[in-house]
Design a protein around this ligand. Structure first.
Ligand SMILES: Cc1cc2nc3c(=O)[nH]c(=O)nc-3n(C[C@H](O)[C@H](O)[C@H](O)COP(=O)(O)OP(=O)(O)OC[C@H]3O[C@@H](n4cnc5c(N)ncnc54)[C@H](O)[C@@H]3O)c2cc1C
Length: 570
C-alpha cells in the first residue's frame, strides 16, 4: 500500500507558513543520543475523516519511520457515523447508507484496501422516490434531477405539483438571472429557500427542494447556504441563466459523449474501471466494510479507542519545547493522563474541535462553535414481506416539513440495495429530526418506535409488529451549512493556519459526504506532515520520558490501544 488516497487531496491542502530553520534535508532530527527523533502527530476523532488522516500518516510512516502518529477516539469503535449492524440476516445502517459515484475517494480507497470486489450497486431499475403530501404518496416525476425537471411528459403528468406550481417551475426557462448571479463576481450567497423560490417557485420549494435537497442536510432551506451546499445551482444560473436549460444541455452533452463511445456523466471513470455502476452505491455488508477495512489496514497499537481528548494546550517550555508557538501541544484525556505531540489533526465535529481549541486559538474556536448542528436519529424496522401490502418499488419517500410530521423520510432499504434483509423480509429505515424540529430524534427507543410505527401505518398501511428494531441517535450529528458558511469556514481556516501544527478535517467544512470526509482527512494529514517536517530543530519537544516525572504526562506508547469489537471486519 502506498500513496495517500488521492494525490489531489494533498494538492488541495491549504499552504502553511513555516517558521525557523527547517530540519536538515539529509535526514531526520536527532536526539542527543544520536537516535532519530520521532515526529509525533495525533489524530483526534476516528470517523471517516480521522481514518482518512491516519491512513495517509501510515503511508508517510512507511517511507519515513520517524513519523509517529496515533489516533484517539472517544468511542470504543472506529468509523464514527459510519455504523452498520448485521443481525439475523439484516444489514442495518445507523448513519450513512450509501456513497455517491461522482465522489471517487471511497472508491479509490476501497480498491487500495483490497475490497474493490465488495461494491454493492443500488437497484437502479427501481430508482424512484415518493413524496408524502396531501394524505398520500406521490411519485417524484422521472427526470427530476435534484429539483430540476428535465423530462417534460412525466413532469406534466405528475400528481405531485398543482398546475400553477408546474407552470411556475417552467418560468425558470424565461426568468432572467437573479440574486448573486446578477453581480459581476457572482460569488455572493443566499438561502436555498430564496434561490429556489425565485427560480422555480414556492411550491417547488415546499414539495421538492425542501424535503429532497435540504433533507440531505436535515436542514432548513431558509437558513441553508446555496453556495456551500449546492454551488452547482449558482454556477448553472450564472452560465446558462435557466436551471432547466442547464440540466438539459448537460444531459445532451452526456448523451453525445456516450454515443461517441466515451464515458459520460458523474462517475463515468469509476464505472469504466469496473467500480460501482449505480449513482448510489455501498458494500455488500454495508458501508462499514470501508471503515473496517481502513481500521484493519492500520497498526492496532496506533489506534486508541475509548480515549476522549478532554483538553488541548500549547505546552512550549512547560513540556520541554523551546516555547509557546513551537507547535508542541499537550493533549489531556479523561483519566487525567497527557501526551505531548508536534501536530494535531482535529477530525472531531466542529463543536468538539471548538472546545479543544478554546485556549489554543480562541477566535477560530469561537467560529467552530458557531457552526450549528441538528440532532437526528434513524429507526430501522423489519417486517415479514407478507405483512406489507405496499409493493415497495422504489427507494422510499420523503415528507415535506409543511406536513408537520415527526418522520422526515423513510428509505426502503431492502429495495434500495440487495442483501439488506433475508428472504421473505423487508427492511425500512425512517429518519427523525430536522433543523428546528429535533424533539422526535431525542425520544427513547420505545417512544421512537411507536412514532415510526404510527407513521408507517398511516403512510404505507403497515399495521404489523416489527420483527426487528434498531435505533441510532445522532445528537448534534448533522452540521448545518448556513448562509455565509463558505466565508465562515474561510475565516476559521485562516485563523487555524496561524496556529502551527493544528489541522481541521471532517464533515463540517467542505462537504458532509463520506467521500468529502476521507479527502479532508488525507489533506489535513498532509498539511500536518508538512508542518512537522519543517519544524526547526530546537522547536521539537522531548519524548515524554524526558519530562519530569509526576507531572501527569503519559508515555506516548503507554496509552491503551484497542480496536472496538464493532470495528473488527466481519
Ligand atoms: C443519519 C445520517 C445519515 C447520513 N447519510 C449519509 C449518506 O448516505 N452518505 C454520506 O456520504 N453521508 C451521509 N451522512 C453524513 C456522513 O455520515 C458524515 O458527514 C461523516 O460520516 C462524518 O465523518 P467525520 O469523520 O467528519 O465525523 P464523525 O463520523 O462524526 O467522527 C468524529 C469522531 O470524533 C469522535 N470524537 C468526538 N469528540 C472527541 C474527543 N474529544 N476525543 C476523541 N474523539 C472524539 C467521535 O466519537 C466520532 O467518532 C449521514 C449522516 C447521518 C447522521
Amino acid at each position: 500500500m502506498k500513496g495517500v488516497p488521492e494525490a489531489s487531496a494533498a494538492a488541495e491542502g491549504r499552504a502553511r507558513p513555516r517558521s525557523g530553520p527547517a530540519r536538515p534535508p539529509d535526514g531526520p532530527a536527532r536526539l542527543p543520543d544520536g537516535s532519530a527523533r520521532p515526529l509525533r502527530i495525533a489524530v483526534v476523532g476516528g470517523g471517516m475523516a480521522g481514518l482518512g488522516a491516519a491512513r495517509a500518516l501510515e503511508d508517510a510512516r512507511a517511507a519515513d519511520p520517524t513519523i509517529d502518529w496515533r489516533l484517539y477516539e472517544d468511542e470504543s469503535r472506529f468509523g464514527g457515523k459510519v455504523h452498520t449492524v448485521r443481525r439475523d440476516g439484516f444489514v442495518v445502517e445507523g448513519g450513512p447508507d450509501s456513497a455517491i459515484i461522482e465522489k471517487h475517494w471511497p472508491i479509490t480507497m476501497a480498491r487500495r484496501l483490497g475490497i474493490g470486489d465488495r461494491f454493492e450497486d443500488s437497484n437502479e431499475g427501481i430508482r424512484k422516490s415518493f413524496v408524502y403530501t396531501r394524505g398520500r404518496l406521490h411519485e417524484l416525476p422521472e427526470g427530476i434531477i435534484l429539483m430540476v425537471p428535465t423530462r417534460m411528459a412525466p413532469f406534466a403528468l405528475s400528481s405531485l405539483m398543482s398546475w400553477p406550481g408546474k407552470a411556475r417551475m417552467g418560468m425558470d426557462l424565461v426568468l432572467p438571472r437573479g440574486g448573486s448571479a446578477r453581480g459581476a463576481a457572482g460569488d455572493g450567497d443566499e438561502s436555498l429557500g430564496d434561490f429556489v423560490r425565485r427560480r422555480l417557485g414556492k411550491e417547488a420549494l415546499a414539495r421538492i427542494a425542501e424535503p429532497i435537497v435540504a433533507g440531505i442536510h436535515a436542514g432548513d432551506p431558509e437558513q441553508m447556504s446555496v453556495r456551500a451546499t449546492f454551488p452547482m445551482f449558482l454556477e448553472m444560473e450564472r452560465k446558462h441563466r435557466s436551471l432547466i436549460l442547464a440540466m438539459l444541455k448537460r444531459r445532451k452533452a452526456r448523451q453525445k459523449a456516450a454515443a461517441a463511445g466515451g464515458g459520460a456523466g458523474p462517475g463515468a471513470a469509476a464505472r469504466s474501471e469496473g467500480g460501482p455502476r449505480s449513482y448510489f452505491y455501498s458494500f455488500k455488508g454495508g458501508l462499514q466494510e470501508l471503515s473496517d477495512a481502513l481500521v484493519a489496514s492500520l497498526p492496532a497499537e496506533r489506534l486508541h479507542g475509548g480515549s476522549a481528548v478532554r483538553t488541548m494546550a500549547p505546552c512550549g517550555a512547560g513540556c520541554g519545547a523551546s516555547g509557546a508557538g513551537s507547535g508542541a501541544y499537550a493533549l489531556q484525556f479523561a483519566d487525567g493522563s497527557r501526551v505531548v505531540v508536534d501536530a494535531v489533526v482535529l477530525a472531531t465535529p466542529a463543536w468538539a474541535s471548538g472546545d479543544l481549541l478554546r485556549t489554543v486559538a480562541p477566535l477560530p474556536a469561537a467560529g467552530l462553535s458557531s457552526i450549528e448542528y441538528v440532532s437526528t436519529a434513524t429507526a430501522s424496522l423489519a417486517f415479514r414481506r407478507d405483512q406489507v401490502a405496499h409493493d415497495l418499488t422504489g427507494f422510499g419517500f420523503v415528507v415535506p416539513r409543511a406536513e408537520n410530521r415527526p418522520v422526515m423520510a423513510t428509505t426502503w432499504s431492502s429495495s434500495k440495495f440487495p442483501g439488506r434483509a433475508p428472504e421473505g423480509h423487508v427492511l425500512l429505515r425512517s429518519f427523525l429530526g430536522r433543523a428546528g424540529i429535533e424533539a422526535a430524534a431525542q425520544l427513547d427507543d420505545d417512544e421512537m418506535t411507536k412514532v415510526v410505527r404510527a407513521e408507517l401505518r398511516e403512510v404505507m398501511g403497515i399495521a404489523a409488529v416489527p420483527e426487528l428494531v434498531e435505533v441510532f441517535r445522532w445528537p448534534r450529528g448533522m452540521p448545518q451549512y448556513r448562509v455565509g458558511h463558505v466565508d465562515l469556514v474561510n475565516r476559521i481556516e485562516a485563523g487555524v493556519a496561524k496556529v502551527p501544527g493544528v489541522e481541521l478535517a471532517g464533515g463540517a467544512y467542505h462537504g458532509i459526504g463520506i467521500g468529502d470526509c476521507l479527502r479532508e482527512g488525507a489533506a489535513a494529514a498532509e498539511r500536518a506532515l508538512e508542518h512537522v517536517r519543517g519544524l526547526p530543530e530546537d522547536a521539537v519537544p522531548p519524548q515524554p520520558s524526558d519530562v519530569p516525572a509526576g507531572n501527569g504526562v503519559t508515555d506516548w506508547n503507554g496509552r491503551r490501544s484497542r480496536r472496538g469489537a464493532d470495528s473488527r471486519p466481519a
